[in-house]
Design a protein. Structure first.
Length: 55
């Protein structure tokens, strides 16, 4: 489970609460942060201390 795996906060220009989509074949290190409309592909590896945010 990522350190932060949550929707992006709502903003005046985007009120959707899009959550990250992580396929079962992807590996997400526990010390990374995925926030918002992040879409990982199959067999992706996200390294430690990585921060990915997609509003």
């Amino acid at each position: 489970m990522p350190l932060r795996h949550q929707p992006a906060p709502p903003t005046p220009w985007d009120s959707d609460l899009d959550k990250p989509r992580i396929p079962a074949s992807a590996y997400v290190h526990p010390q990374c942060s995925l926030i918002g409309d992040v879409q990982l592909g199959e067999n992706v590896i996200v390294a430690p201390n990585t921060s990915i945010r997609a509003d």
